[in-house]
Write a protein that binds this ligand. Structure first.
Ligand code: SF4
Length: 332
Protein backbone atom coordinates (compact mmCIF):
# COMPACT_ATOMS: atom_id res chain seq x y z
CA UNK A 1 0.00 0.00 0.00
CA UNK A 2 1.23 3.50 -0.85
CA UNK A 3 2.70 5.50 2.02
CA UNK A 4 0.54 8.62 2.35
CA UNK A 5 2.50 10.33 5.14
CA UNK A 6 3.84 13.70 3.96
CA UNK A 7 7.07 13.71 2.02
CA UNK A 8 7.52 17.41 2.58
CA UNK A 9 5.86 19.66 5.19
CA UNK A 10 6.65 23.34 4.73
CA UNK A 11 5.41 25.73 7.36
CA UNK A 12 5.82 29.48 7.40
CA UNK A 13 9.02 29.18 5.36
CA UNK A 14 10.96 32.42 5.04
CA UNK A 15 14.24 33.52 3.50
CA UNK A 16 16.07 36.73 4.34
CA UNK A 17 18.77 37.90 1.95
CA UNK A 18 21.76 40.06 2.72
CA UNK A 19 21.93 43.12 0.41
CA UNK A 20 23.92 46.37 0.39
CA UNK A 21 20.91 48.02 2.02
CA UNK A 22 20.66 45.38 4.78
CA UNK A 23 18.58 42.23 5.17
CA UNK A 24 15.42 41.89 3.06
CA UNK A 25 12.60 39.35 3.03
CA UNK A 26 12.77 37.38 -0.22
CA UNK A 27 10.38 34.56 0.76
CA UNK A 28 7.63 34.99 3.32
CA UNK A 29 5.26 32.59 5.04
CA UNK A 30 5.24 29.83 2.42
CA UNK A 31 3.33 26.78 3.66
CA UNK A 32 2.29 23.56 1.93
CA UNK A 33 2.39 19.79 2.24
CA UNK A 34 3.44 17.38 -0.50
CA UNK A 35 3.00 13.62 -0.58
CA UNK A 36 4.56 11.05 -2.91
CA UNK A 37 2.84 11.09 -6.28
CA UNK A 38 1.60 14.67 -5.79
CA UNK A 39 2.55 17.52 -8.11
CA UNK A 40 2.81 21.20 -7.20
CA UNK A 41 3.62 24.15 -9.45
CA UNK A 42 5.09 27.53 -8.49
CA UNK A 43 4.32 30.31 -10.95
CA UNK A 44 5.06 34.02 -11.15
CA UNK A 45 7.26 36.52 -12.96
CA UNK A 46 11.04 36.61 -12.47
CA UNK A 47 11.89 38.01 -9.06
CA UNK A 48 8.65 36.88 -7.40
CA UNK A 49 10.37 34.39 -5.10
CA UNK A 50 9.54 31.07 -6.76
CA UNK A 51 13.11 30.01 -7.52
CA UNK A 52 14.37 31.20 -4.13
CA UNK A 53 11.60 29.15 -2.50
CA UNK A 54 12.77 26.11 -4.45
CA UNK A 55 16.43 26.78 -3.60
CA UNK A 56 15.52 27.02 0.10
CA UNK A 57 13.70 23.68 -0.14
CA UNK A 58 16.91 22.22 -1.60
CA UNK A 59 19.12 23.87 1.04
CA UNK A 60 20.89 25.87 -1.70
CA UNK A 61 20.11 29.41 -0.63
CA UNK A 62 22.62 32.18 -1.46
CA UNK A 63 25.53 32.90 0.86
CA UNK A 64 24.56 34.98 3.88
CA UNK A 65 20.85 34.18 3.47
CA UNK A 66 18.90 33.11 6.54
CA UNK A 67 16.07 30.58 6.26
CA UNK A 68 13.32 30.48 8.88
CA UNK A 69 10.17 28.54 9.65
CA UNK A 70 9.93 24.79 9.27
CA UNK A 71 10.85 22.44 6.42
CA UNK A 72 10.34 18.79 7.27
CA UNK A 73 11.47 16.14 4.81
CA UNK A 74 10.12 12.69 5.76
CA UNK A 75 9.51 14.21 9.21
CA UNK A 76 13.09 15.43 9.65
CA UNK A 77 13.47 19.18 10.29
CA UNK A 78 15.90 20.56 7.71
CA UNK A 79 16.05 24.24 8.71
CA UNK A 80 19.35 24.70 10.50
CA UNK A 81 20.77 21.37 9.29
CA UNK A 82 24.45 21.09 8.42
CA UNK A 83 25.65 21.27 4.82
CA UNK A 84 26.81 17.64 5.18
CA UNK A 85 23.24 16.54 5.94
CA UNK A 86 21.86 18.53 3.01
CA UNK A 87 24.49 17.01 0.71
CA UNK A 88 23.48 13.52 1.80
CA UNK A 89 19.87 14.34 0.91
CA UNK A 90 20.43 16.15 -2.38
CA UNK A 91 21.16 13.84 -5.27
CA UNK A 92 19.86 10.94 -3.18
CA UNK A 93 16.32 11.59 -1.84
CA UNK A 94 15.87 14.91 -3.66
CA UNK A 95 16.56 15.15 -7.41
CA UNK A 96 16.97 18.49 -9.14
CA UNK A 97 16.64 19.63 -12.74
CA UNK A 98 17.61 23.19 -13.67
CA UNK A 99 16.93 25.54 -16.57
CA UNK A 100 20.33 25.38 -18.24
CA UNK A 101 21.58 21.78 -18.59
CA UNK A 102 25.08 22.84 -19.60
CA UNK A 103 25.63 24.51 -16.23
CA UNK A 104 24.43 21.35 -14.45
CA UNK A 105 26.83 19.15 -16.44
CA UNK A 106 30.58 19.19 -15.90
CA UNK A 107 32.26 19.66 -19.32
CA UNK A 108 35.38 17.76 -18.28
CA UNK A 109 33.61 14.51 -17.39
CA UNK A 110 31.79 12.09 -19.69
CA UNK A 111 28.02 12.03 -19.32
CA UNK A 112 28.13 8.41 -18.16
CA UNK A 113 30.55 9.28 -15.38
CA UNK A 114 28.22 12.05 -14.23
CA UNK A 115 25.12 9.83 -14.17
CA UNK A 116 27.02 7.02 -12.42
CA UNK A 117 28.65 9.33 -9.83
CA UNK A 118 25.64 9.62 -7.45
CA UNK A 119 25.18 5.85 -7.59
CA UNK A 120 28.74 5.36 -6.36
CA UNK A 121 28.56 8.21 -3.83
CA UNK A 122 25.13 7.61 -2.32
CA UNK A 123 24.52 3.93 -3.10
CA UNK A 124 28.07 2.60 -2.80
CA UNK A 125 27.89 0.73 -6.14
CA UNK A 126 31.16 -0.42 -7.68
CA UNK A 127 32.20 0.95 -11.09
CA UNK A 128 30.70 -1.90 -13.14
CA UNK A 129 27.35 -1.88 -11.33
CA UNK A 130 27.11 1.92 -11.47
CA UNK A 131 27.86 1.85 -15.21
CA UNK A 132 25.17 -0.75 -15.85
CA UNK A 133 22.62 1.26 -13.86
CA UNK A 134 23.63 4.53 -15.54
CA UNK A 135 23.26 3.03 -19.03
CA UNK A 136 19.75 1.84 -18.08
CA UNK A 137 18.91 5.36 -16.85
CA UNK A 138 20.24 7.02 -20.00
CA UNK A 139 18.21 4.58 -22.04
CA UNK A 140 15.08 5.32 -19.98
CA UNK A 141 15.34 9.08 -20.51
CA UNK A 142 15.61 8.54 -24.26
CA UNK A 143 19.33 8.69 -25.08
CA UNK A 144 19.66 6.42 -28.12
CA UNK A 145 22.47 3.87 -28.09
CA UNK A 146 23.12 4.65 -24.41
CA UNK A 147 25.81 2.01 -23.85
CA UNK A 148 27.97 3.48 -26.60
CA UNK A 149 27.29 7.12 -25.74
CA UNK A 150 28.09 6.57 -22.03
CA UNK A 151 31.65 7.74 -22.76
CA UNK A 152 30.67 10.83 -24.78
CA UNK A 153 31.16 14.38 -23.54
CA UNK A 154 28.38 16.89 -22.75
CA UNK A 155 29.26 19.11 -25.74
CA UNK A 156 28.55 16.18 -28.08
CA UNK A 157 24.84 16.29 -27.23
CA UNK A 158 22.06 18.70 -28.24
CA UNK A 159 20.34 20.93 -25.66
CA UNK A 160 17.36 18.60 -25.38
CA UNK A 161 19.61 15.52 -24.98
CA UNK A 162 21.64 17.33 -22.31
CA UNK A 163 18.45 18.04 -20.37
CA UNK A 164 17.55 14.34 -20.65
CA UNK A 165 20.99 13.53 -19.20
CA UNK A 166 20.50 15.90 -16.23
CA UNK A 167 17.14 14.20 -15.61
CA UNK A 168 18.94 10.83 -15.58
CA UNK A 169 21.42 12.29 -13.04
CA UNK A 170 18.55 13.60 -10.90
CA UNK A 171 16.86 10.19 -10.94
CA UNK A 172 19.97 8.08 -10.39
CA UNK A 173 19.31 7.24 -6.75
CA UNK A 174 15.53 6.98 -7.07
CA UNK A 175 14.62 10.23 -5.27
CA UNK A 176 11.27 10.71 -3.52
CA UNK A 177 11.08 14.35 -4.58
CA UNK A 178 11.93 15.93 -7.92
CA UNK A 179 12.34 19.70 -8.13
CA UNK A 180 12.41 21.10 -11.65
CA UNK A 181 13.18 24.82 -11.95
CA UNK A 182 12.17 26.14 -15.41
CA UNK A 183 13.41 22.86 -16.97
CA UNK A 184 12.36 23.74 -20.51
CA UNK A 185 12.90 27.50 -20.77
CA UNK A 186 16.16 27.07 -22.71
CA UNK A 187 14.63 24.60 -25.20
CA UNK A 188 12.57 25.04 -28.34
CA UNK A 189 8.88 24.33 -28.04
CA UNK A 190 8.86 20.80 -29.53
CA UNK A 191 11.78 19.58 -27.42
CA UNK A 192 10.27 21.32 -24.36
CA UNK A 193 7.06 19.34 -24.84
CA UNK A 194 9.02 16.08 -25.03
CA UNK A 195 11.00 16.88 -21.86
CA UNK A 196 7.83 17.75 -19.93
CA UNK A 197 6.21 14.52 -21.13
CA UNK A 198 9.29 12.61 -19.91
CA UNK A 199 9.11 14.30 -16.50
CA UNK A 200 5.36 13.54 -16.26
CA UNK A 201 5.93 9.88 -17.15
CA UNK A 202 8.80 9.47 -14.70
CA UNK A 203 6.93 11.16 -11.83
CA UNK A 204 3.97 8.83 -12.40
CA UNK A 205 6.09 5.71 -12.93
CA UNK A 206 8.19 6.29 -9.79
CA UNK A 207 5.47 7.92 -7.69
CA UNK A 208 7.71 10.86 -6.85
CA UNK A 209 6.55 14.19 -5.49
CA UNK A 210 7.13 16.95 -8.07
CA UNK A 211 7.68 20.66 -7.53
CA UNK A 212 7.71 22.39 -10.91
CA UNK A 213 8.74 26.04 -11.16
CA UNK A 214 7.66 27.92 -14.26
CA UNK A 215 6.70 31.38 -15.42
CA UNK A 216 4.50 29.71 -18.06
CA UNK A 217 0.87 29.05 -17.13
CA UNK A 218 0.55 26.53 -19.99
CA UNK A 219 3.35 24.42 -18.51
CA UNK A 220 1.67 24.58 -15.10
CA UNK A 221 -1.75 23.66 -16.54
CA UNK A 222 -0.47 20.49 -18.16
CA UNK A 223 1.83 19.20 -15.48
CA UNK A 224 0.64 19.83 -11.92
CA UNK A 225 -2.50 19.18 -9.89
CA UNK A 226 -1.93 22.04 -7.45
CA UNK A 227 -0.32 25.43 -7.91
CA UNK A 228 0.89 28.44 -5.95
CA UNK A 229 1.06 31.89 -7.54
CA UNK A 230 3.89 33.92 -6.00
CA UNK A 231 4.45 37.66 -5.88
CA UNK A 232 6.84 39.65 -3.70
CA UNK A 233 8.00 36.44 -2.00
CA UNK A 234 4.43 35.67 -0.89
CA UNK A 235 1.98 33.06 -2.08
CA UNK A 236 -0.89 35.29 -3.28
CA UNK A 237 -3.11 32.50 -4.61
CA UNK A 238 -2.97 28.72 -4.26
CA UNK A 239 -5.15 25.72 -4.83
CA UNK A 240 -6.03 22.93 -7.24
CA UNK A 241 -4.79 24.02 -10.67
CA UNK A 242 -8.26 23.65 -12.18
CA UNK A 243 -9.82 25.93 -9.53
CA UNK A 244 -7.14 28.63 -9.84
CA UNK A 245 -7.46 28.55 -13.63
CA UNK A 246 -11.25 28.79 -13.46
CA UNK A 247 -11.65 31.45 -10.79
CA UNK A 248 -8.42 33.53 -11.15
CA UNK A 249 -9.28 35.20 -7.87
CA UNK A 250 -6.24 37.40 -7.23
CA UNK A 251 -5.65 40.51 -9.38
CA UNK A 252 -2.06 39.37 -9.97
CA UNK A 253 -3.23 35.96 -11.21
CA UNK A 254 -5.67 37.76 -13.51
CA UNK A 255 -2.76 39.88 -14.78
CA UNK A 256 -0.67 36.78 -15.51
CA UNK A 257 -3.50 35.25 -17.51
CA UNK A 258 -4.13 38.52 -19.33
CA UNK A 259 -0.52 38.75 -20.42
CA UNK A 260 -0.30 35.19 -21.75
CA UNK A 261 -1.10 34.74 -25.48
CA UNK A 262 -3.04 31.46 -25.50
CA UNK A 263 -4.84 31.84 -22.20
CA UNK A 264 -5.56 35.55 -22.16
CA UNK A 265 -9.17 36.69 -22.21
CA UNK A 266 -10.54 37.94 -25.55
CA UNK A 267 -7.52 36.59 -27.32
CA UNK A 268 -9.23 36.85 -30.68
CA UNK A 269 -11.80 39.61 -31.03
CA UNK A 270 -14.48 39.52 -33.77
CA UNK A 271 -12.76 39.73 -37.14
CA UNK A 272 -10.01 37.33 -36.13
CA UNK A 273 -7.31 39.90 -35.36
CA UNK A 274 -5.13 38.93 -32.44
CA UNK A 275 -5.86 41.20 -29.49
CA UNK A 276 -3.13 43.30 -27.91
CA UNK A 277 -1.97 41.49 -24.78
CA UNK A 278 -2.82 43.14 -21.49
CA UNK A 279 0.65 43.25 -19.92
CA UNK A 280 0.75 43.93 -16.20
CA UNK A 281 1.88 47.55 -15.90
CA UNK A 282 5.10 48.32 -14.05
CA UNK A 283 7.74 45.95 -12.73
CA UNK A 284 8.14 43.63 -9.79
CA UNK A 285 9.33 45.97 -6.99
CA UNK A 286 12.81 45.53 -5.62
CA UNK A 287 12.82 43.61 -2.35
CA UNK A 288 14.11 46.60 -0.39
CA UNK A 289 11.25 48.73 -1.71
CA UNK A 290 8.49 46.28 -0.90
CA UNK A 291 5.52 48.02 0.76
CA UNK A 292 4.48 46.83 4.23
CA UNK A 293 1.06 45.84 2.91
CA UNK A 294 0.12 44.04 -0.30
CA UNK A 295 3.25 43.67 -2.48
CA UNK A 296 1.16 44.03 -5.64
CA UNK A 297 -0.32 47.40 -4.59
CA UNK A 298 1.95 49.46 -6.90
CA UNK A 299 0.73 47.62 -10.03
CA UNK A 300 -2.81 46.66 -9.11
CA UNK A 301 -5.59 48.31 -11.15
CA UNK A 302 -8.12 47.84 -8.32
CA UNK A 303 -5.90 48.83 -5.38
CA UNK A 304 -7.52 50.68 -2.49
CA UNK A 305 -5.87 53.35 -0.29
CA UNK A 306 -5.24 50.86 2.53
CA UNK A 307 -3.67 48.13 0.35
CA UNK A 308 -0.14 49.48 0.49
CA UNK A 309 -0.03 49.73 4.28
CA UNK A 310 -2.08 46.71 5.38
CA UNK A 311 -1.17 43.12 4.57
CA UNK A 312 -4.33 41.38 3.33
CA UNK A 313 -5.36 38.16 5.04
CA UNK A 314 -5.02 34.78 3.39
CA UNK A 315 -8.66 34.00 2.55
CA UNK A 316 -10.04 30.50 2.03
CA UNK A 317 -12.28 30.66 -1.06
CA UNK A 318 -13.16 26.98 -1.40
CA UNK A 319 -11.73 23.69 -0.26
CA UNK A 320 -8.00 24.01 -0.79
CA UNK A 321 -8.26 27.29 -2.75
CA UNK A 322 -6.83 30.40 -1.06
CA UNK A 323 -5.98 33.95 -2.10
CA UNK A 324 -4.45 36.94 -0.33
CA UNK A 325 -6.28 40.11 -1.42
CA UNK A 326 -8.26 42.69 0.57
CA UNK A 327 -11.11 42.48 -1.96
CA UNK A 328 -11.60 38.80 -1.17
CA UNK A 329 -11.51 39.00 2.61
CA UNK A 330 -15.30 39.13 2.94
CA UNK A 331 -15.58 36.03 0.70
CA UNK A 332 -13.85 33.83 3.29
FE1 SF4 B 1 -4.89 44.79 -5.37
FE2 SF4 B 1 -5.32 45.58 -2.86
FE3 SF4 B 1 -5.90 43.08 -3.59
FE4 SF4 B 1 -3.37 43.84 -3.35
S1 SF4 B 1 -4.88 43.71 -1.69
S2 SF4 B 1 -4.24 42.67 -4.99
S3 SF4 B 1 -3.48 45.96 -4.08
S4 SF4 B 1 -6.86 44.99 -4.32
Amino acid sequence: MMNTSPLLEVNDLGLRLRTHGGMVNAVRGVSFTLRRGETLGLVGESGCGKSLTAMTIMGLQPEGAVASGSLRFHGEEMIGQSEARWCALRGDRIGMVFQEPMSALNPVHTVGHQVAEPLRLHRGLNAAAARKEAVALLDRVGIADAARRFDAWPHQFSGGQRQRITIAMALACGPDLLIADEPTTALDVTIAGQILQLIRDLVRERSMGLILISHDLGVIAQNVERMMVMYGGLVVESGPTRDVFTRRAHPYTQGLFGSRPQLGPQERPPGGQRARLAAIPGNVPELRHMPPGCPFAGRCAVAMPTCESRMPADTRLAHGHHARCALLESAG
